[in-house]
Design a protein around this ligand. Structure first.
Ligand code: NDP
Length: 278
């Protein structure tokens, strides 16, 4: 090992970097979000906060939304200058056109929409009421369509834009006691394929990230109350650990960037191998 380090050093590769080559600049530009405007729903906490953080680090201006102003205010402070927040309940479908209009009038054309806001509920299917089912479908699916339609109308007209959905392993395989959640995420996966096929000719890409088990408030609530579920989730994850919100953030930056310009209609598992685990 030491020899390799020495060798690299002798070849000058560990010295201070010289001027960037054209290839290096092009490479960095491809992965950069400099000058882009992104909206991350549910960006005040958990996965959404880390998507927002990674996107601001990649140079984007990011608007985060959610229902709790205090949470958003704190997140904005942590994210810094390039972040702004707006209080918005995605279930208020009537507010969505106005939200997109307000963002574009105030901050400029929206380049990236990340449909991250979501809720879950763990209950045996036979006990789930119509109201509970509808609440989850409204938050995780109906709002996603309404927001995507409002943003995509403008993106399609400009022939430029990226839409990201946050799906779940619940759309990939059967997980007990999350019937409404699984229905909503499976529908989102279907929506990605239809929208990618409709929007591709208009310069708008649509993709999903399917997180495995990621350590956030949502998963802590689900796992800590159910140690058996926790150990089952870990056992079928080949990498043997839960993911961090930042893992989703980095994948979101990639999919939103020009580096992913030929990727659309895809669902990317970011799951430590969970989706292919035994
Ligand atoms: P959290 O519960 O930690 O965060 C959810 C965020 O969504 C909060 O900021 C919340 O803010 C916001 N939100 C919830 N309902 C609404 C609403 N009606 N309007 C606006 N914002 C809302 O969850 P995660 O970070 O874990 O989850 C984020 C996404 O990732 C979800 O779509 C989830 O399904 C998905 N996911 C998560 C996994 C995990 O292991 N954690 C695994 C697979 C998918 P507020 O309450 O202030 O409105």
């Amino acid at each position: 090992m030491e020899n390799i380090v020495e060798l690299l050093s002798q070849n000058g590769r560990r010295d201070e970097p010289g001027p960037k080559t054209t290839g290096q600049v092009a490479h960095e530009q491809a992965f950069s979000l400099a000058g882009r405007l992104a909206l991350v729903t549910g960006g005040g906490s958990g996965i959404g906060l880390e998507i927002a953080r990674c996107m601001t680090q990649a140079g984007a201006t990011v608007i985060i939304t959610g229902r709790r102003e205090e949470v958003l205010k704190e997140a904005k402070q942590a994210l810094g200058e390039r972040a702004q927040y707006l209080v918005n309940d995605v279930c208020d479908l009537a507010s969505i056109d106005g939200l997109i209009e307000h963002i574009e009038t105030t901050f400029g054309p929206l380049d990236v929409l990340v449909n991250n806001a979501g809720i879950n509920m763990k209950k045996p299917a036979l006990q789930v009421t119509d109201e509970e089912f509808a609440r989850i479908i409204n938050t995780n699916l109906n709002s996603v369509f309404a927001l995507t339609r409002a943003a995509a109308q403008r993106m399609v007209a400009r022939r430029r834009g990226v839409i990201l959905m946050i799906s779940s392993m619940a759309a990939y395989y059967g997980i007990d006691r999350v019937v409404a959640y699984a229905a909503s995420k499976s529908a989102v996966e279907g929506m990605v394929k239809v929208l990618a096929s409709e929007f591709s000719a208009h310069g708008v890409r649509v993709n999903a990230i399917a997180p495995g088990f990621i350590e956030t408030e949502m998963s802590r609530t689900a796992m800590n109350s159910d140690p058996d579920r926790k150990s089952r989730a870990l056992r079928r994850t080949p990498m043997g650990s839960f993911g961090q919100p930042e893992d989703i953030g980095r994948a979101a930056v990639f999919l939103a960037s020009d580096a992913a310009r030929y990727i659309t209609g895809a669902s990317l598992p970011v799951d430590g191998g969970n989706s292919i685990g035994f």
